[in-house]
Design a protein around this ligand. Structure first.
Ligand SMILES: *[C@@H]1O[C@H](CO)[C@@H](O)[C@H](O)[C@H]1NC(C)=O
Length: 282
């Protein structure tokens, strides 16, 4: 009898511990679940898209020829040395939209800046001069409104070397998602201009070469579609979302490409340095 009672107590004790254990485990799981930080649009733990470090095909491993199996010690040493030659400088690309212009004109040569557009360009030039970074060069699209904007900015930064490029001209980068009703370029425009704007991206957007000593600050005067497409591509956002972004005239979009291939944006379409009555988008 005594032994039976002992057994019951023993059983109760074990059962009790098991129940306590189950409660404890469930408790811990509930607590943990409450404390997991989910992305708001997904219940997954992993990023929906991973950063592609080799987006510019300049990861050190992809710049150096792979070693042959028959490589000599000397070749192996050189291979190791080559892999160590990594960039150290950042490249800053300062993308400026042109000022307001006469957009009802047919020919590019007649699509000049308005009086307001010239004022906007002067504000942006003054802003860049005030910021006083060691600007590297001033690049502009060859379209009249971009050239004129660059001319005015250059008055504030007269020592800056200049360049022009047809690659930066305005165009239709890729069909926007969602599509919009009132802007329907011909399909062939996306086909030809889209590839040209993508070439411009590949030409200008890449990490520094390993022999670049100082950070560089290149000012690029171009166009809203081009800048919006560049921004999406540089940040590895879906490029078809470019038309969701709006950029004011002569605004500053500042993108930084770090030596390890990471990209950041400092400002997007900044125009807060202009008086409110000088700000326009159309
Ligand atoms: C790098 O910056 C320093 C300091 O501003 C300057 O003295 C030097 O000439 C620059 N080097 C190159 C290669 O531009």
């Amino acid at each position: 009898m005594k032994r039976f009672v002992e057994k019951v107590f023993q059983y109760k004790r074990v059962f009790g511990y098991t129940a306590a254990g189950v409660v404890a485990v469930v408790g811990i799981l509930v607590y943990k679940k409450q404390n997991v930080v989910y992305s708001s649009w997904t219940t997954g733990y992993d990023p929906s898209v991973k950063w592609d470090y080799n987006w510019d095909r300049r990861e050190p491993s992809s710049l150096v020829k792979p070693l042959k199996e028959s490589a000599t010690d000397e070749e192996k040493l050189k291979h190791e040395e080559d892999l160590k030659k990594v960039p150290t400088a950042s490249r800053h690309l300062i993308l400026i939209r042109h000022g307001q212009y006469h957009d009802k004109e047919k020919l590019d040569i007649d699509r000049k800046l308005t009086v307001l557009g010239r004022e906007q360009a002067a504000f942006t030039g003054a802003r860049l001069a005030d910021l006083n970074y060691p600007w590297t060069k001033l690049i502009s699209s060859t379209m009249t409104r971009a050239r004129e904007t660059a001319d005015i900015i250059h008055k504030s930064l007269p020592d800056l070397p200049r360049e022009e490029s047809d690659l930066l001209r305005e165009g239709a980068p890729i069909p926007p998602e969602p599509p919009i009703g009132h802007w329907r370029p011909e399909k062939h425009q996306f086909y030809s201009e889209g590839s040209r704007i993508e070439s411009a991206f590949r030409h200008y957007f890449h990490r520094a070469n390993s022999d670049q000593v100082n950070d560089s600050y290149e000012i690029m005067v171009c166009h809203a579609n081009v800048i919006r497409y560049f921004t999406c591509r540089a940040l590895q956002f879906p490029p078809e979302g470019w038309l969701r972004i709006s950029l004011n005239h002569a605004s500053i979009t500042w993108i930084t490409i770090r030596p390890n291939g990471r990209v950041g944006i400092k400002t997007l379409g900044e125009s807060g340095f202009m008086p409110v009555d000088k700000v326009s988008v159309l």
